[in-house]
Design a protein around this ligand. Structure first.
Ligand code: NAD
Length: 496
């Protein structure tokens, strides 16, 4: 009911201690084992609630509920499913402010960013897949007057959906919306570090009239709840977004079940600036590409390559922009960067800054904690950091840091920068800045990456394929690719 939902949302903002519950079969339920973990606010380092530490029992109950709900949901007319998803979108949109504040408190990102990016995108995910499923068509193949082949798409069953902590609701709904639109039911397991907005979403799903058991949310850690979901024999499909090493584990754990897998993984994305780039447009976009969401975006341009003739000029103009970024209280409108997700992650990112020095690099700016008011003393803050002087094969330029650290390296030719860009195990995205159309096409074509941007960054059209090559992933989602993934196609051949 909306009054209870409103009270809960208010509670979060009033600083109340919030105990999250699992959402199984349309009801909020405690974890079977009664265990909870502390939920920490990254901006202050303080515990502000608890998250269930669910295990295989909770996953089992959620899968049973999803299986029970499957026959009716998959038989629900497309138009009706689409309308329900639109209702979810509308309700979410009407609570934009509350969701954005909750996302920020749970994750550390600026409220302004969650308001502009995370929550609107979650709304679009539901709206987009409601539309996509309404307009989806299949074709038939006529065989020389002898036979007709037609193909039908069937939902797979109970979808297992596992998401990371960087863009919590945005990435979770990128899975829930197409899974439900195509007639699957699901069990979703968000990151244990960012469960809050998924829990709030449960109320929205209820209020929108999504039937019990169609979308279940189980909160807990990867090794316990996540692994139980991946290994569950009645879950034929896993959509996972997260780290490359976790994905390896998931591939192994799902092998016995021959599961359908979609894996959206890490990146170490090249960001190439040719000497003819329009720097007035390029520089502000580069700032976003490097440091949006504290650099905790899989698509962040973390390896900048700048053509030698403009290298010094680029650094001279870019450095003051980076130094002027406001790092601090995520609730303040002027804040550009909030807190990193956790103490452990901050330590890891700082470790890479130390390693950059050992590897012969120079910390050109940042690398330290900003001075902040005392109520933020326990928070996980780091100034945006530029490292120069490294060779592209060193660890800092090979491993995903996933924080506000970029390397800037000069290059001398198209050939050289293509080799630098492709010289990692990752292949998620690449960005190219040039005014030379032929060179833009040539460089884009040469990139071993799934997503290429030219003279822009993170401009997303939900119809386009999204995903990575090499260690950045397996499969594509988005538009028809999502509909493909969340269904089994079946061909029927009829001889005349
Ligand atoms: P992670 O791999 O540690 O965790 C992701 C999710 O998997 C979490 O929900 C976690 O609980 C769960 N998990 C962990 N171990 C598991 C196991 N054994 N079985 C099942 N589930 C398990 O990743 P993270 O630290 O939360 O997120 C950061 C990573 O995600 C980065 O590498 C980033 O690049 C990547 N990412 C990729 C994309 C993309 O679209 N390609 C988008 C965002 C983030």
């Amino acid at each position: 009911d909306s009054d209870a939902a409103h009270r809960r949302e208010q509670g979060i903002h009033m600083g109340q201690h919030i105990q999250i519950q699992n959402f199984i079969d349309g009801a909020m339920v405690p974890p079977c084992n009664g265990n909870y973990m502390d939920n920490i606010e990254p901006a202050t380092g303080r515990v502000y609630g608890q998250v269930p530490d669910s295990d295989a029992h909770d996953i089992g109950a959620a899968v049973t509920a999803a299986q029970r709900a499957f026959p009716a949901w998959s038989a629900t007319p497309v138009e009706q499913r689409a309308r329900l998803l639109e209702r979810v979108a509308d309700l979410l949109e009407s609570r934009l402010e509350a969701f954005a504040k909750a996302e920020s408190r749970d994750q550390g990102k600026p409220v302004a960013l969650a308001k502009m990016v995370d929550i609107p995108r979650a709304v679009s995910n539901f709206r987009y897949f409601a539309g996509a499923i309404r307009h989806h068509e299949e074709s038939a193949t006529h065989m020389d007057g002898k036979a007709l082949n037609y193909t039908v798409r069937k939902p797979v069953g109970v979808a297992g959906l596992i998401s990371p902590w960087n863009l919590p609701l945005y990435l979770l709904t990128w899975k829930i919306a197409p899974a439900l639109a195509t007639g699957n039911t699901c069990v979703a397991k968000p990151s244990e570090m960012t469960s809050m907005t998924a829990w709030l979403l449960a109320e929205v799903l209820q209020e929108a009239g999504i039937p019990p058991g169609v979308c279940n949310l189980v909160f807990g850690t990867g090794p316990k709840a996540g692994a139980a979901l991946v290994g569950h024999p009645e879950v034929p499909l896993i959509s996972f977004t997260g780290g490359t090493e976790t994905a390896r584990r998931i591939i192994r754990d799902s092998a016995d079940g021959f599961k359908k897998l979609s894996l959206e993984l890490g990146g170490k994305n090249a960001y190439i600036v040719y000497a003819d780039a329009d720097l007035d447009q390029c520089l502000p976009t580069t700032l976003r590409a490097a440091f949006t969401n504290q650099g905790e975006v899989c698509l962040c341009g973390s390896r900048l390559f700048v053509e030698r003739p403009i290298y010094e000029r680029f650094l001279e103009r870019f450095t003051p922009m980076v130094e002027a970024m406001v790092v601090g209280d995520p609730t303040q409108p002027e804040t550009n960067m909030g807190a990193l997700i956790s103490q452990a992650h901050l330590k890891k990112v700082r470790g890479y800054i130390a390693l950059a020095r050992e590897e012969g690099g120079t910390v050109h700016c940042g690398g330290t904690r900003p001075d902040l008011p005392s109520h933020l003393d326990g928070g996980y803050y780091l100034r945006p950091t530029i490292v120069t002087g490294l060779t592209p094969t060193c660890r800092v330029m090979q491993e995903e840091i996933f924080g506000p650290v970029v390397t800037i390296t000069p290059f001398d030719s198209e050939e050289e920068v293509i080799a630098f860009a492709n010289g990692t195990r990752y292949g998620l995205s690449a960005t190219i800045w040039t005014r030379d159309v032929s060179r833009a096409h040539r460089t884009a074509h040469a990139m071993d990456a799934g997503i290429i941007w030219v003279n822009t960054w993170m401009l997303r059209d939900l119809r386009t394929p999204f995903g990575g090559m090499k260690a950045s992933g397996v499969g594509r989602e988005g538009g028809a690719h999502s509909i493909d993934f969340y269904t089994e196609s079946q061909n029927v051949c009829i001889q005349f």
